[in-house]
Design a protein around this ligand. Structure first.
Ligand code: RUG
Length: 831
C-alpha cells in the first residue's frame, strides 16, 4: 500500500502511534483527556453520562487502531472478502461487548471505579442501537460478531436509521409507539466518513443509442440525486486482533440548498427539498415478517444497495483485476430479499457502465451472490408493483425484464411443453398490476439459496420454491442453521454462569469453541455443582424481579417458576395461545380448595414484545395480556400462585436481563411457520428449558439436548395443511377448555369483551394458526412442566445437560458453514 507519510518520517509516526492500554492508569489518562477535551467538561461536572461517553471514546480509540491494522492487513493480503447486506443490524449496546472483545474489561472497570464511578451505571447510559425489528436483525448482529471473532475478512453494510425501532409504552393496557431518539447524544461507536460520499439517483428516464463501435449503449438519466454518506462502526472480534467494519449509510441532499429557489426567496421549499433527501434513511420500517409495499421502503433498499455496491466496486478496482475475477475477490450475502436489487444493480454497472457483455456480466453476478431466505409466510414475501418500480428505477426494470426473458428461455428449453411452469417461475407475476417477485429474482441471481434451520430449508424446497428445485436441481438449495454469539448471550448476559462453566472447562475457551461446553456434562448430577448452578439462576431471577418491580410495580416471588415468552407479537408465534393458557390456569386455580392450592406450582408468566403499529390483532393480544395481568395480580385468592407481567419495550438490553432468568421459555409457533427462532437458543444456553412446538430450530435443539430436556407439544408441520382444510370445509368443534376461556373473556372479567371479539372469532371461525387444535396438547405439556419443576435436582440436572449440548448453536459454527459452502473465503490471521 502506498503511504502518505514518507519512509524517513515513519519512525516519528510509529513512536507516537496509539498502543493497547498497558494498565488502568493509561486508561484513566485517556478517560480524563476525553472528559476535558472531547466533551469539554471537568471533574466538577462529569456525570455518569459524561463518564460513559469518555470511557467509550477511550475504548473506541483502541478499536480504531485495531480496525486500521486489520484493514491494512486485509488489503495487503488481497484475499476474498464477504459483504453481508442486511437492512437490519440489531446491535443493542456496544460498550460491554467492546470491552470484552478488546480484552479491556478489568482495566476499564477498575479505572472508572478509582474515579468514583460504577461500571454498571455507565453501561446503563448507553441507548440500544435498535436498528432492527427482531430475529433477522439480531442474527445479522451475531453474524458480524462471529465473522470478526473467527478472523474472516468481512464487512456488514446497512442503513444508519436516525430512528431505530420505536419505543413501546403501555397506556391503559394498549401499546403506544414513541420515536427512538437514539442519536440525541453523539454516538461514540461510529466514525463519520464525510469524505465517502456517493451520488444515488432515482426516477428519470432511459434511452439507448449505438456508439461508434456499433454497440448499443443504455443510459439512465434525468433523475433526482441524493447523497450517501458512510458511518463506520468497528466490529471487534473476541480474543483476536481482527476488527472488521460495519458500514452504515445515511442520506444527505446533494446540495444543501437549491440556490435558485433560495435566491428567489423560496427558502422554505429549498429546505423542504433537502429534508426530503434525509428522510430516506430516517426511519426503520417497524414490520417483522410482513411486507408493506411502500415506495420509501424501495427507495431505502436501492439507496443502500447502490451505495454499498459502489463502495465494493471501488475497492475491487484498486486491485486492477479483470472483471471476471470479481467473484474471486467478492462474496455478497443477501440477508432476505431486502437487498435483492443488488443483483440488478451489479448487472447494470457491468453492462451499462463498464461495457461487459451481458452473458459474462451475468456469470459474474450469479457467482457473487448468495441468498438467505428467512420465512415461508406469504405475507412477508416482497413483491413490488411494476408501475411503482418502473417509475422509481426505470433502467432496473428493463434489466429485470431481460433477466426474466433469458431465464424463461432456459426453462422452456428444459421443459418445452410446460407453459404453467413458466408462469409460476416468472419474476413477473401476471396480476393487476403486475408485480416483481423479489424472492424469485434473488434465487435466479444467486449461486446458493439457504434456509435457516433444517425444517425450514426443507419446507422452502417443497413449498414456495418447489418449482426452482425442478429447474435448478436440489444442489442450489441448502441449509445453514442459525446460531447466536456466546460472547453476548452467555458471557455478557450471564457472567456468573460463564464463570461457573469456566471453572469446570478450565478456561473461557468455550466462548470461542462452544462445543467445549460438553465438559460440564459430567457434573450434571454433582450436587455441589447443581447448587451453584441453581444459585446463579436464582440470582438472575432476583435481578429480573427487581426490574419488574421497578418497571411494573409488581412483586414476584423468585421461587416461583419463571415462564417467559418474549419476541415480536405475531399471530403465528401464538402469544394468544399463551395468554389463553394463563386464563385457563387462573380459572383452574380459582376452582381449587385451600388444601388443593398447596399442590400448585407457583408461576410468573412473563410476556414482552412489540407489535407492528398497524397490526390490529397483535395489538389486541397485548391489550388482553395486560388486562389479564391486572385482574390476576390483584386477586387475593391467587396470591403468589400466579402473576402475569408484560414488560414494556422489549429490546436487546432487556433480553440480556430476561433470558438468564427463565426456567421455561415458550417457542410455540404453529408448526412450519417459524423459520428458525434464535431466542430459543439463547434461553437454553442460559439454563432455561423450552416449552415448544416441533418447529424451526426447536427440532435441532431437541436433537442436541435430548428429548428429556425439552417439552414438546402440538401438531406436526405435515398435518397443518389438512387441519386448515378441515376448518375451512367442516365444523371443527372448539377445544372445551378453550371454550371455557372464551366464556370467561366474554363474561367481561377482563374488561369490555368487545375488544377481544376478533381475537376469539379468528379461532372460532377458520383458526388459521390452529390454536384450538393444539390447545389440549399445550395444557398437557404445561402440566408436565408444573410437575417436573417440583423436583429441583432433576430440573437442575436437565438444565445443565441441556447447556452442555448447545455447542452446535454458536454463530461461529454458522459462519464457518457459510464461509466454506457459500462464500469460499478463508480466515486471515493478523499475526
Ligand atoms: O421469523 C424469522 C425467524 O424465525 C428467524 O430465526 C430469523 C433469523 O433467521 O428471521 C426471522 N425473520 C424472518 N424476520 N423477518 C423475516 C422475514 O422477512
Amino acid at each position: 500500500i502506498e503511504a502518505s507519510i514518507p519512509s524517513a518520517s515513519r519512525q516519528v509516526w510509529q513512536k507516537f502511534a496509539l498502543k493497547e492500554f498497558a494498565d488502568k492508569e493509561e486508561f484513566q489518562q485517556e478517560f480524563i483527556r476525553h472528559v476535558e477535551t472531547t466533551l469539554a467538561r471537568s471533574m466538577y461536572n462529569c456525570d455518569d453520562l459524561a463518564a460513559y461517553q469518555a470511557a467509550s471514546q477511550a475504548i473506541r480509540d483502541r478499536l480504531i487502531v485495531a480496525w486500521n491494522k486489520t484493514q491494512q492487513k486485509h488489503t495487503t493480503k488481497d484475499r476474498k472478502r464477504v459483504y453481508y447486506l442486511s437492512l437490519e443490524f440489531l446491535m443493542g449496546r456496544a460498550m460491554d461487548n467492546a470491552m470484552l472483545n478488546a480484552g479491556v474489561k478489568d482495566i476499564t472497570k477498575q479505572g472508572v471505579e478509582d474515579l468514583g464511578f460504577k461500571i454498571e451505571d455507565l453501561l446503563e447510559q448507553e441507548p440500544d442501537a435498535a436498528l432492527g425489528n427482531g430475529g433477522l436483525g439480531r442474527l445479522a448482529a451475531c453474524f458480524i460478531d462471529s465473522i470478526a471473532s473467527t478472523n474472516y475478512p468481512g464487512w456488514g453494510y446497512g442503513l444508519r436509521y436516525q430512528y431505530g425501532i420505536f419505543k413501546q409504552r403501555i397506556v391503559d393496557g394498549y401499546q403506544v409507539e414513541a420515536p427512538d431518539y437514539w442519536l440525541t447524544f453523539s454516538n461514540p461507536w461510529e466514525i463519520p466518513r464525510y469524505e465517502i460520499q456517493i451520488d444515488i439517483m432515482f426516477y428519470g428516464y432511459t434511452r439507448k443509442y449505438t456508439n461508434d463501435d456499433g454497440k448499443v449503449v443504455h443510459v439512465w438519466e434525468g433523475g433526482e440525486q441524493v447523497q450517501a454518506v458512510a458511518y463506520d462502526v468497528p466490529v471487534p472480534g473476541y480474543g483476536t486482533e481482527t476488527t472488521n467494519n460495519l458500514r452504515l449509510w445515511a442520506s444527505k441532499p446533494t446540495r444543501e440548498f437549491d440556490f435558485e429557489k433560495f435566491n428567489a426567496g423560496d427558502y422554505e421549499s429549498s429546505v423542504r427539498e433537502s429534508q426530503k433527501a434525509e428522510t430516506i434513511s430516517a426511519v426503520l420500517y417497524p414490520n417483522d415478517n410482513f411486507y408493506s409495499g411502500k415506495e420509501l421502503r424501495l427507495k431505502q433498499q436501492y439507496f443502500w444497495v447502490a451505495a454499498s455496491l459502489n463502495d465494493i466496486i471501488r475497492r475491487f478496482k484498486k486491485t486492477h483485476r479483470p472483471w471476471k475475477e470479481f467473484p474471486d475477490q467478492v462474496a455478497i450475502q443477501l440477508n432476505d430479499t431486502h437487498p435483492t436489487l443488488a443483483v440488478v444493480e451489479l448487472q447494470r454497472i457491468l453492462v451499462d457502465m463498464e461495457g461487459v457483455e451481458w452473458d459474462e456480466a451475468w456469470k459474474i453476478v450469479t457467482s457473487t451472490f448468495g441468498y438467505t431466505n428467512h420465512t415461508v409466510l406469504p405475507e412477508a414475501l416482497e413483491k413490488w408493483p411494476v408501475p411503482l418500480f418502473q417509475n422509481l428505477l426505470p433502467r432496473h426494470m428493463e434489466i429485470i425484464y431481460e433477466i426474466n426473458l433469458f431465464f424463461l428461455q432456459q426453462v422452456e428449453k428444459l421443459f418445452p411443453k410446460d407453459r404453467d411452469l413458466l408462469r409460476r417461475v416468472s419474476i413477473i407475476e401476471e396480476s393487476t398490476p403486475q408485480q416483481v417477485r423479489m424472492a424469485f429474482l434473488a434465487i435466479i441471481g444467486s449461486h446458493k439459496v439457504n434456509g435457516v434451520a433444517e425444517l425450514h430449508s426443507e419446507l422452502i424446497k417443497t413449498t414456495i420454491f418447489k418449482d426452482f428445485v425442478t429447474v435448478y436441481g436440489p444442489d442450489k438449495f441448502m441449509n445453514v442453521t442459525n446460531g447466536i454469539t456466546p460472547r453476548r448471550w452467555l458471557h455478557q448476559a450471564n457472567p456468573q454462569l460463564s464463570d461457573l462453566i469456566a471453572s469446570k472447562v478450565g478456561s473461557y475457551d468455550f466462548l470461542k469453541d462452544l462445543n467445549l461446553l460438553k465438559k460440564i456434562e459430567p457434573f450434571a448430577h454433582d450436587p455441589k455443582f447443581q447448587d451453584e448452578w441453581v444459585a446463579i439462576k436464582k440470582f438472575n431471577k432476583a435481578r429480573l424481579a427487581a426490574h419488574i418491580k421497578q418497571s411494573n410495580g409488581i412483586d414476584v416471588d423468585v421461587n416461583a417458576l419463571f415462564d417467559v415468552q418474549v419476541k415480536r407479537i405475531h399471530e403465528y408465534k401464538r402469544q394468544q395461545m399463551n395468554i389463553f393458557g394463563v386464563i385457563h390456569r387462573y380459572l383452574s386455580i380459582k376452582a381449587l380448595t385451600a388444601a388443593q392450592k398447596k399442590d400448585v406450582t407457583p408461576r410468573v408468566c412473563i410476556f414482552g414484545g412489540k407489535s407492528a403499529p398497524g397490526y390490529y390483532m397483535a395489538k389486541t393480544i397485548i391489550k388482553l395480556i395486560n388486562a389479564v395481568s391486572e385482574v390476576v395480580n390483584a386477586d387475593a385468592d391467587i396470591g403468589d400462585l400466579l402473576k402475569v407481567v408484560f414488560i414494556a419495550d422489549y429490546n436487546v438490553s432487556k433480553a440480556e436481563i430476561i433470558i438468564p432468568a427463565s426456567d421455561i421459555s415458550q417457542h410455540i409457533s404453529t408448526a412450519g411457520t417459524e423459520a428458525s427462532g434464535t431466542s430459543n437458543m439463547k434461553f437454553v444456553l442460559n439454563g432455561g428449558l423450552i416449552l415448544g412446538t416441533v418447529d424451526g430450530a426447536n427440532i435441532e435443539i431437541t436433537r442436541e439436548v435430548g428429548e428429556n430436556n425439552i417439552f414438546l407439544f402440538g401438531h406436526l408441520a405435515e398435518s397443518v395443511e389438512d387441519l386448515r382444510h378441515k376448518h375451512r370445509f367442516s365444523d371443527v368443534p372448539l377445544d372445551p377448555n378453550l371454550e371455557k376461556v372464551f366464556e370467561a373473556i366474554e363474561s367481561g372479567i377482563f374488561g369490555d369483551a368487545n375488544i377481544y371479539g376478533s381475537l376469539i372469532s379468528s379461532v372460532t371461525s377458520s383458526d388459521y394458526y390452529l390454536v384450538s387444535d393444539d390447545f389440549q396438547s399445550y395444557l398437557d405439556a404445561q402440566k408436565l412442566v408444573d410437575q417436573d419443576f417440583k423436583n429441583k435436582d432433576t430440573w437442575a440436572s436437565r438444565s445443565i445437560s441441556a447447556v452442555a449440548n448447545m455447542g452446535f448453536f454458536s454463530s461461529d459454527r454458522a459462519i464457518d458453514e457459510y464461509a466454506e459452502s457459500i462464500w469460499n473465503i478463508e480466515p486471515i490471521s493478523l499475526d
